[in-house]
Design a protein around this ligand. Structure first.
Ligand SMILES: Cc1cc2nc3c(=O)[nH]c(=O)nc-3n(C[C@H](O)[C@H](O)[C@H](O)COP(=O)(O)O)c2cc1C
Length: 348
């Protein structure tokens, strides 16, 4: 049975201190482009009200020229704690964007230095900054000067297996003024493949004074606990494990605080959540929200009888009602199956 060692419990008992800002949770919801919009964060926060969440990454050059807030940067007036994540390679544009982020309500500003996507790296942003630490330092200095909220960095362990530079890079970020660093234990060339190398996160933790957050392969409460044990990190960040499962951050949070596991949601509960997610996306973004919901709906449709068929149908929904009807029918079928099972058990 999973248990929380007294040492780990004691280590995590105090709030996470990001500069002058305190967070009463040691588990964070990662930024996920195309996923962690205001609607998704609302669902995660229902189960993890004290956890830090991140917007999707926002392009600072885009903000400079458009000068109006893109929808991905929108923050609920009541959602706290919240970080707005920015990406770019220009220290001046990032400073300006950080000020806009603070005006929108960001408690911290996070700089993306880990995105592996070509479109981003060829313009000098995301993980390409690992290969240009001087610019990364200039960015952190410029942004910390521009805002009075803590500035944090999210990055990877290096560019390739032969170029793991995180120890030097992380120290430079701390020295430049970053107040927290999140390390995804993969290289840029790994993309999302292979295992996250948590051992490098442990090494980073050994040499920094600012909080270090471990990221990569946290798909369960057990993985979160193992990662915290193995790395000595100050917290963990959940990512792909939350896609179609906005319960994960809350499950980890409760376990780290109490040592008690939350009951796993039943398939019906997961589908009820999917239904709400779809409806909220439609309310918030109209038909565009329904198109965006398709992928979410397929992630929810896993691990129960009929899931594959439902997944196929939900992946092509044209309007909100069609999606709601499909989910309602699936919920009815699952509820009937449970009734039959219970009747059979009663007879046996
Ligand atoms: C669909 C998708 C979108 C992502 N978008 C972002 C992003 O906007 N900003 C960021 O820092 N990382 C982003 N990431 C990376 C994750 O935050 C995380 O670092 C990575 O998935 C590793 O964690 P995991 O192995 O637990 O998924 C994204 C990852 C995925 C799969």
């Amino acid at each position: 049975m999973l248990s929380l060692s007294p040492t780990l419990k004691a280590r995590l008992a105090t709030p996470l201190k990001i500069g002058h800002f305190e967070v009463n949770s040691r588990v964070l919801q990662s930024p996920l482009s195309g996923v962690t919009d205001l609607v998704f964060r609302r669902l995660v926060r229902r189960h993890a009200p004290e956890s830090m969440m991140y917007t999707e990454m926002v392009n600072a050059t885009g903000l400079h020229y458009v000068k109006e807030l893109p929808i991905i940067m929108e923050v609920d007036p009541n959602e706290r704690p919240i970080s707005i994540q920015l990406f770019d390679c220009r220290p001046d544009f990032l400073a300006e964007a950080a000020q806009m982020a603070v005006a929108e309500g960001a408690d911290t500003v996070d700089i993306n230095m880990g995105c592996p996507v070509n479109k981003i790296t060829k313009n000098g942003g995301g993980s390409s900054l690992l290969r240009d630490p001087e610019t990364a330092e200039a960015i952190v200095r410029s942004v910390t000067k521009a805002v009075d909220v803590p500035v944090t960095v999210k990055t990877r362990i290096g560019w390739t297996d032969k170029e793991i530079t995180i120890l030097d890079f992380a120290k430079r970020m701390e020295d430049a003024g970053a107040q927290m660093i999140t390390v995804h234990g993969r290289t840029r060339s790994q993309g999302y493949n292979g295992n996250a190398k948590w051992e490098w996160i442990a090494k980073v933790k050994e040499i920094l004074s600012i909080p270090v957050i471990a990221n990569g392969d946290i798909f369960s409460v057990e993985a979160a606990v193992n990662c915290l044990e193995q790395t000595g990190a100050d917290g963990v960040m959940c990512s792909r494990g939350t896609m179609g499962y906005p319960f994960l951050v809350g499950e980890v949070d409760q376990f780290l605080k109490t040592g008690i596991l939350k009951p796993t949601p039943t398939p019906v509960e997961r589908l009820q959540c999917a239904r709400e997610h779809l409806y909220m996306l439609w309310e918030y973004k109209g038909d565009r929200g329904v198109r965006q919901a398709r992928k979410h709906m397929t992630w929810y449709s896993k691990g129960f009888a009929g899931a594959a068929d439902l997944r196929g149908q939900l992946s092509t929904i044209e309007n909100v009602q069609q999606g709601l009807d499909l989910i309602d029918r699936a919920i009815e079928r699952l509820a009937e199956d449970v009734e039959v099972e219970q009747a059979e058990l009663a007879i046996a």
